[in-house]
Design a protein around this ligand. Sequence first.
Ligand code: PGD
Length: 756
Amino acid sequence: MVEYRPQSSHWGVFRAAARSGGVDVLPDPHDPEPSALLRNIPAAVRPDARVTVPHVRRRWLERGPGADDARGADEHVPVSWERALDLVAGELDRVRREHGNRAIYGGSYGWASAGRFHHAQSQVHRFLNCVGGYTRSVNTYSLGASPVVLRHVLGDDSAIYSPTTLGVLAEHTELFVCFGGIPLKNAQVSSGGISRHETGGLLRAARSRGARFVLVGPLRDDVEAELGARWLAPVPGTDTALMLALAHVLLDEGLHDEEFLRRYCVGADVFADYVLGRSDGVAKDPAWAERICQVPAAEIAGLAREMARSRALISLSWSLQRAPRGEQPIWAGVALACLLGQIGLPGGGFGHGYGAMGGIGTGVLPYPVPTLPQGANPVPDFIPVARVADMLLHPGEEFDYDGQRLTYPDVRLVYWSGGNPFHHHQDLTRLRRAFARAETVVVHDPFWTATTRHADVVLPATTALERDDIGAARLDPALVAMHRVVEPVGQARDDYRMFTGLAERLGVAAEFTEGRDERAWLEHLYETWRAALDPRHRPEADFARFWRDGRLDLPDRVTEHVVYADFRADPDAHPLGTPSGRIELHSGTVASFGYPDCPGHPVWLPPEDGPEPLHLVANNPATRLHSQLDHGDRSAESKVRGREPVRINPVDAAARGIRDGDVVRLRNARGSCLAGARISDAVRPGVVQLATGAWFDPSAPDVATCVHGNPNVLTTDTGTSRLAQGCTGQLARVELERHTGPVPPVRAHDGDPALG
Ligand code: PGD
């Protein structure tokens, strides 16, 4: 009999059974809207794109560690596990002795797989802490600018992870103004796992009750059609100007809430002086904004008035801040909500990230979930996560971050497990130069991604289907007993086993393992978690029963929550964590840093654009999570002649003689890529949209930097500003043309370790 076992992924809980040469996957019956991304999962255990045995790059093996331009183009040779682990342990030891632990970069950003014990980042950080520490990274590629700026404006980032819940919005909000949309394609996914996809249903409930939706953004389908949104399509990257003009109308027409500004905010006068043009002579009125955003002034004024007479929710997507000067639209959005005076009321105020992940706004557990302890890192050095290429290229140079003047460490060894920087980072040509500078690059991954192909030592990791684990996330109400479904593919090992082998060689095995194997750790994590819970929330099931049942429904998830309700009720008893205890529309702290690219209040800062005529929106994909399982069925069926689809408005396509299904070339000063044209009026004229996640394929550099369609060959590797130094990958300027020459094959999924 076929046995289906419980499993979990970042895009859904499911059941899976081994069948000859693969797995069968069934969605979880409790999930009201299971994600079609589950169809990618069988590709996880197909051996074609897998790394099946440890590999070492030939020149590194022959010449030893050192900077090398051949990294990424050189071939890899298979070695035994014993040899691979000896080499990595020896190299870690050499680097820490000769250069100190700060010369090891272990930031190792990436989503890896669901599962709390085999969580790749926890494993790598725990291990590196046991061997003396590492240079770490702060913030994420998802959220670079906003956590930093929101700490100054609101005192913490609770607005991100504990926003007013969608259930409350469904009942109370009259008008949703969605900057960057609430894209359900992203709500398929939630970090750590998602047992119920609820975002779409809750938004539809709001619509059925009569709520109106306005989408502000370049892509019409960033709010689903059923919600009937009115579409305002500003030039990408100009939302701040539009928000300032909305603020201008409110202030100019006396529609703002004076009492709210007085009682709950500081700096409203400075902000108002700027908006009205009293401080710089430029009124940020709708006519001014129309010249920047290309949204008619009358529509802007009409929207401001509609917001003032409605219970209005300002929804700010995460994508807004993943762009140059990304701090500004978030701060301006909060300022706009302050002028409306509805923060802390059910259905009003603002939210940041509805639809960015499926769990955002659906509910939060009032207690933690089990996690693997990572230990302490004695190395003080860190970088904002998206400054990794700067760090490798400019050791010893100073840089700004959030009021501090920091120095890039001289990194010799890069250790990556559970991430794909050749997917997630910007300007991949520059990243290749940066990786060439390292003396050694070690990567654990199940697949021959572009990152493993740039490694000196490649250690083959299992996927979640090949090991036991516990699936859990703070935003989700299910704890899942993830049961191994198939044996490891080839000689793949889980990260824990690899690090145990290294820890033994480096004399820290007792510290790293605490004497436990995988099963003992799972039981330990579960039982210590259960014991530490407040008895009100503590589940009855012991580990054995949880494991047998396959799932535990966690009690007391908070699904009715209004963020800042306490603060609104009594700002003296519940002050914010800002210096003033109030919402800072002008921050004396930020102003004191003296950053022209992020002054002390929200401002419009014109982008420093390239000369290319089209705006590229490089957003998160609808058919996979980031770059994961790009070779899976759901992702593969969306490709156009094997390339990632690029959507282009009919007007721009006609001007370039492009037909649906053509292979096209996108280019700018940083690079070029091939993609497959999809002509669609769901993208604004002047905009093209190419999702991230097609595996980087530089195998035909005379044709394009990437022949598959990875937009990060086109994006810019600069920080949002000196304040947060966040990733700016969402937007770039490009030209697009029909590709007329021979079309080279896509080799990214071939599993061939030697790239172009
Ligand atoms: P993933 O594709 O999820 O991308 O970047 P991230 O690096 O997280 O990579 C995870 C890797 O982990 C995969 O290669 C997978 O095979 C591997 N893996 C899975 N399970 C395991 C495991 O158990 N062990 C090990 N060792 N490896 C494992 C995502 C990042 O991209 C994010 S979060 C965002 S929001 C950014 N978005 C954009 C954007 O909007 N625009 C652009 N241009 N660029 C972006 N990049 C960012």
